[in-house]
Design a protein around this ligand. Structure first.
Ligand code: PMP
Length: 405
């Protein structure tokens, strides 16, 4: 019996369902390991010693590569002094200053632990500022796992969702209509910088949609909240809609902020500082220094090196290689989203059975991709790593062709 199998059996007895949430390998594709032993750079090893070229980067947090020396050193230095103390260390102020200097829409920062903390806290600030209750979100968008936003309604009450109204991503008319229907009650419009819903092709934001959302929020006096939890630090260090000239009132950050250490943040504008100050929003571990030191080192590294460009180069190489391979094997594929947060789907593969087969074959060849969730590049992916990965994906296309013909 493999170690993974043995651990799954033991987990089944002491963890509900053996595993919960987005990391439950039972809902990926056959053959995916549940448990991992270690990681370095762009590689991970599972508990049975199998090595993978990692294209999930721990579902986003790892942006510079696993165990990046500058981040590990900063974290270790802070750990040696103490992590969880009676109050935060100087690092909290240093990190807040760094974010305010890096992100043009940020005049202040509040820290927490997970992306859900940050999206929830951003909405609290918006509600405190406007005295309104309603929130507009895109249909199918993921903003976290608290009762107000978790994709499964199990364990939630209708009341907890009562203040949400939906619009179709990239439809400015839809957004305006949804706002009009709520007649002055909208506290916030929350939107991801591109559409990255699971199980479907990703969609970049139409610049006119982004700019229109900004104009609408101004007109109706609502806060524009960008949920940059997934895209943040992989598209543009200044914020993912900066490229469209759109600055939000509030931004939720997490995932890649500290190269794998647990931290999240809300940044906001001066106009909302007073409202932010009124919240009682806190957590036992929100002020821990190690993750803050790691975040500071991560953001400084992203700022001082060509990490995002390196990621873009690697992502573009992967995308071009996969298109060429798919074509040579007679598949039509769609590759969507930014090259640093890519996904591939097969034309006509509504039930994702081809994607499931292909990713399983990739996994057997040591390339860890995902059949229904977007992937993530890191700055540690070199041209050689991408070439090696493409060897694996090519054999996977061959095997998939054989299987389905
Ligand atoms: N928003 C977005 C866009 C996300 O991708 C995620 C995590 N996948 C979250 C919020 C929630 O973050 P967390 O899982 O850290 O609570």
């Amino acid at each position: 019996m493999t170690t993974d199998r043995e651990l799954r059996e033991r987990a089944g007895k002491v963890i509900p369902g053996g595993m919960y949430g987005h990391l439950n390998a039972a809902i990926f594709a056959p053959g995916y390991p549940q448990f991992f032993e270690r990681a370095r750079g762009c590689r991970q090893w599972d508990v049975d010693g199998r090595e993978y070229l990692d294209f999930m980067c721990s579902w986003g947090p790892v942006v510079l590569g696993h165990r990046h020396p500058r981040v590990e050193e900063a974290a270790a230095r802070q750990a040696a002094k103490g992590d969880c103390l009676n109050g935060p260390g100087p690092v909290m102020v240093e990190l807040a200053e760094l974010l305010v200097d890096t992100v043009p829409s940020a005049d202040w920062v509040m820290f927490s632990k997970n992306g859900t903390d940050a999206t929830t806290q951003a909405l609290m600030v918006a509600r405190a500022a406007t005295g309104r209750t309603k929130v507009l979100m895109a249909h199918g968008a993921y903003h976290g796992a608290d009762p107000w936003c978790t994709p499964s309604l199990a364990g939630t009450t209708p009341n907890e969702r009562a203040d949400l109204a939906e619009f179709a991503y990239n439809s400015l008319t839809g957004l305006e209509e949804a706002a009009a229907a709520l007649d002055g009650e909208v506290a916030a419009i929350i939107v991801t910088p591109f559409k990255h819903d699971s199980f479907e092709d990703q969609e970049l934001a139409e610049p006119e949609f982004a700019r229109g959302a900004r104009r609408l929020a101004d007109r109706i006096g609502s806060a524009l909240v960008i949920d940059d939890v997934r895209a943040g630090f992989r598209v543009d260090l200044r914020g993912s809609w900066e490229q469209y000239g759109v600055r939000p009132d509030l931004t939720a950050w997490s995932k890649a902020m500290a190269n794998g250490y647990p931290i999240a943040a809300v940044t906001g504008t001066d106009a909302l500082r007073g409202a932010a100050q009124t919240l009682y929003s806190t957590g036992s571990f929100w002020f821990s220094g190690v993750a803050m030191a790691a975040a500071k080192a991560t953001i400084e590294t992203l700022r001082d090196t060509d990490a995002i460009t390196a990621m873009e180069r690697a992502g573009a190489r992967l995308r071009a290689g996969l298109y060429a391979q798919a074509e040579s094997h007679g598949f039509t594929v769609n590759q969507t989203g930014p090259v640093t947060i890519p996904w591939l789907s097969f034309d006509g593969d509504a039930d994702l059975s081809v994607a499931m087969h292909w990713t399983t074959e990739c996994l057997r060849n040591g390339v860890y991709l995902h059949p229904w969730h977007n992937w993530f590049l890191s700055a540690a992916h070199t041209a050689e790593d991408i070439a090696l990965a493409l060897d694996g994906t090519d054999s996977a296309f061959s095997a998939t062709k054989r299987h389905f013909s």
